[in-house]
Every structure is written in C-alpha cells, then in structure tokens.
Write a protein that binds this ligand. Structure first.
Ligand SMILES: [Zn+2]
Length: 95
C-alpha cells in the first residue's frame, strides 16, 4: 500500500486586495486604477454611468473608460431640461 501524503500547499489562497475599492480603467487625471463606487451623486445615481471616485486623487470618472463623465452629465441635464420645458410648453398650450 502506497500512502500518498497529501500536504496541500496553502500558498494558493486568494490574493487579498491591498487597496480597497474596485479595479477601474486608468483615471483620466492621475492614471490610478482603483476607485470606489460613487453611489448617488448630485445629478443622479452614479451607477448609471459606471461612475467611481478615484482613490488616488479623488476625481469622479467612468470606471470603464477612465474618462470624465462631465460631458454626459451636462448632456443629461440638457435632456432633462428640454423634456421638462416641452412638458411645460405642452401644458401651457393644451390646458
Ligand atoms: Zn485619479
């Protein structure tokens, strides 16, 4: 009978992340690749645009592209404004 000694190497543990947060595309401001989910921003839910806050420099950016979401937020506000304005106009015309 051969007895197989089953000394399992314990080194294959899951590597713990040294830094908290999630892996992201390189930050447009500093090149860092770690951010924390932005949660709810002043303009709406940050998760809508994969927005994270850079753990290195603190700016908000898109975790997939690494770019700022600023232009999109501006676009979103114009869209909301136009929808709202047309809604008000329709209400004024149709009442
Ligand atoms: Zn950064």
């Amino acid at each position: 009978m051969t007895e197989t000694s089953n000394a399992a190497p314990a080194a294959a543990a899951t590597a713990p992340q040294a830094t908290s947060g999630v892996q992201t595309a390189p930050c447009y401001a500093c090149g860092g690749t770690h951010g924390e989910p932005a949660g709810y921003r002043w303009w709406g839910p940050g998760s809508l645009m994969s927005e994270v806050r850079c753990l290195d420099c603190g700016v908000y950016f898109n975790s997939k592209s690494g770019e700022s979401n600023g232009p999109w937020i501006l676009f979103w506000h114009m869209f909301v404004f136009l929808v709202g304005a047309s809604g008000v106009a329709a209400w004024l015309l149709l009442r």
